[in-house]
Design a protein around this ligand. Structure first.
Ligand SMILES: Nc1ncnc2c1ncn2[C@@H]1O[C@H](COP(=O)(O)OP(=O)(O)OP(=O)(O)O)[C@@H](O)[C@H]1O
Ligand SMILES: [Mg+2]
Length: 142
């Protein structure tokens, strides 16, 4: 398990970039943390590091958003999921399982605890927590 403390969202972005560098496709990254802990900040930096040019926002009106990744010999698709508004039944209905099975896809899930039962056992777990002011602790396991 890796542990970090960040004092700005830029520092959190650096951690996400480091994680992105080791991804090949087929991984599921579960983000945990309260409101404002930095899940979307982390997701945006990870997407950027993977070559996503579009601005990544929380998929507010849809349950998940797919991004095509540039051809670099690695993963082809990033799926950004925000489980805050959706439940297990809804994510089953939109076919999350297909993405999770796919070796060319990286799946990144905010509020992963809400749909934990749908996620594979082999997960990269990223926990973000408030530590006062702009300080956040980040632990990465798996
Ligand atoms: N060290 C830090 N790491 C990440 N974000 C930070 C940090 N310090 C301050 N922030 C700020 O905290 C906020 C984090 O918001 P963000 O949307 O990333 O959280 P979230 O976990 O996705 O919240 P929500 O559950 O509401 O979607 C941003 O406004 C960001 O600028
Ligand atoms: Mg968010």
């Amino acid at each position: 398990m890796k542990k970090y403390v960040t004092r700005t969202s830029k520092e959190t972005a650096v951690i996400a970039k480091e994680l992105a560098a080791g991804l090949h496709g087929g991984e599921t990254i579960a983000l945990y943390g309260d409101l404002g802990a930095g899940k979307t900040t982390f997701a945006q930096a990870l997407a950027k590091a993977l070559g996503v040019k579009k601005r990544v926002q929380s998929p507010t009106f849809i349950l998940m958003q797919e991004y095509r990744l540039p051809k670099r010999g690695g993963a082809k698709v990033l799926l950004h999921v925000d489980a805050y508004r959706g439940d297990v039944a809804q994510f089953k209905a939109v076919g999350l399982a297909e993405y999770l099975r796919h070796p060319d896809t990286i799946v990144l899930v905010e509020w992963a605890d809400r749909i934990q039962e749908l996620l594979p056992k082999k997960l990269i777990k990223v926990r973000l927590a408030h530590r006062g002011g702009d300080t956040r602790s980040i632990t990465i396991a798996g």
